[in-house]
Write a protein of this length. Sequence first.
Length: 189
Amino acid sequence: MLFKRRKPAEFWERVRLALWPRRSFLRSARYFTKRVLRLRATPHAVAAGVAAGVFAAFFPVGIHLVVALAIAWLLAGNLVAAAIGTAVGNPLTLPFMWSGTYELGHMILHRGEPGAIQSANIGSLIEEIGVAALWKPLLEPMIVGAVPLGLVFAVAAYGATRWSVSAFHARRQARLAMKASGNATAAAP
């Protein structure tokens, strides 16, 4: 194989790479940005896909990709953009997103009372490994809080992505037109 490693990565190195990129987070963000801008779709389709991915990233359940793809399909969005949009939920942002969704959901469900989960209680619930045991104290407030927070960030992501993709496509068309006119003048002496 052309680009295969001589020595396979060990388990702990693979874990580290899953949590922390080899180069930097900024480089990864630039890669995802360029990948979204270069998608061959309308600005609405790309923006709707990214917005669906951002919205789905706020949910606590581990099915972000399925939710993002379903929402993107319903909105006539680009499915690749939806998958890329779920990258908003990464190891750096998930603790903030989940704590925000929990607090907002707890405030909505309990009419403004500040919520605090006792760590000993959650530990015992996790030991039981029952979704029913985790539903009321943890998952329900997180899902309720994920909807408004996800919608706010999805609308912002839609606007920014649509503007960026439209500007990128306009610059690309202008560059191609200039290149075509340069080739036409050079070919006709």
